[in-house]
Ligand binder design. Structure first.
Ligand code: ZN
Length: 309
């Protein structure tokens, strides 16, 4: 078992419309866009990052908006619902806000004793707001006050035919098995950040998911720095996982591996962070390109859909 994993770093999903995606995460959810860049592997597609003021690991929802991408279909072998934490007693304020904005898929339930507001993103992406005592400082604005603001991620669900192999992997990654409620088993990493929870949901008779707009592309887990990341990489290789070399993503270093249940995992460093190439006061405003794509700037600025205006 390894002890370097500190919870979620970011969650990356697919979208069909950059402008609509940006409006939803900034205007409706009140998150801060902390980076406007491109998919480093397909630079004619944006990579948009939304989180708290600094884009602290454990708060960052990211998107690849592929124009007119077909919507994915839900099933096993994917990340299901991604949950953000909100202060205790603020569900009603969010229900009212979602009604004002006409947010789809809104309902309420209780999981492991915590009240949740369930809702859909613009491409049918499944989210929850979970009431909890979470003292992280939220980003505010667009009508979202500090009293109700999203604190960051609480958890993500993995949908699986059989949770066995993924449970083993999470435990290898330092997560501890908690209680089971219906078909959901909770795992928490001790000593992690506030986004320290993964729920495994078993759906033995469901079909496989098809990835598309509204699907999670991968879950990224946080490690402190590059040394810890290399230790994790070695440990995964020793256990038989196929792990990519370390890839420089400008704002963090990344390694990727496919889990037995089909979900793509990344392990990302908390360093250097989103302020490495722009002031914290102006994060997410300018189009930032990695040096290998800087020569494409004029073409990309003409081609990529404006997010505002
Ligand atoms: Zn990632």
């Amino acid at each position: 078992m390894i002890k370097q994993i500190k919870g979620l770093h970011h969650v990356t999903s697919l979208a069909s419309d950059a402008r609509e995606n940006n409006a939803f995460f900034t205007n409706v959810l009140g998150l801060r866009r902390v980076k406007k860049t491109v998919n480093f592997d397909a630079p004619d597609v944006y990579h948009l990052y939304y989180g708290d003021e600094a884009g602290t690991p454990g708060t960052v929802m990211t998107y690849f908006p592929f124009p007119n991408a077909r919507r994915g279909s839900k099933g096993i072998g994917e990340v299901g619902r991604t949950a953000f934490s909100i202060p205790t007693g603020t569900s009603q304020a969010w229900l009212d806000r979602f009604a004002t904005f006409g947010v789809a898929g809104v309902s309420q339930d209780i999981r492991f004793g915590q009240k949740r507001v369930l809702f859909d993103g613009p491409d049918g992406d499944q989210f929850a707001l979970v009431e909890s005592d979470d003292d992280r400082t939220p980003w505010t604005g667009n009508g979202v006050s500090a009293e109700i603001g999203i604190r960051g991620f609480q958890s993500a669900d993995m949908r699986l035919k059989n949770a066995g192999a993924s449970a083993e992997l999470l435990q290898f990654m330092g997560y501890e098995k908690q209680e089971t409620e219906n078909n959901v088993t909770r795992f928490i990493v001790p000593g992690g950040n506030d986004a320290n929870t993964i729920d495994l949901e078993e759906l033995p008779s469901a079909g496989f998911a098809a990835q598309g707009a509204g699907s999670v592309h991968h879950l990224a887990f946080a490690v402190e720095n590059r040394a810890r990341q290399l230790e994790v990489r070695e440990a995964l290789l020793d256990t038989g996982y196929q792990v990519t070399p370390v890839i420089d993503r400008d704002y963090f270093y990344a390694i990727y591996f496919r889990t037995p249940g089909g979900v793509l995992f990344e392990v990302a460093t908390n360093e250097p962070g989103f302020d490495r190439d722009e002031d914290t006061a102006h994060l997410g405003e300018a189009l930032k390109l990695p040096s290998q794509h800087e020569h494409l700037r004029a073409r990309l600025e003409g081609y990529l859909q404006p997010l505002e205006g």
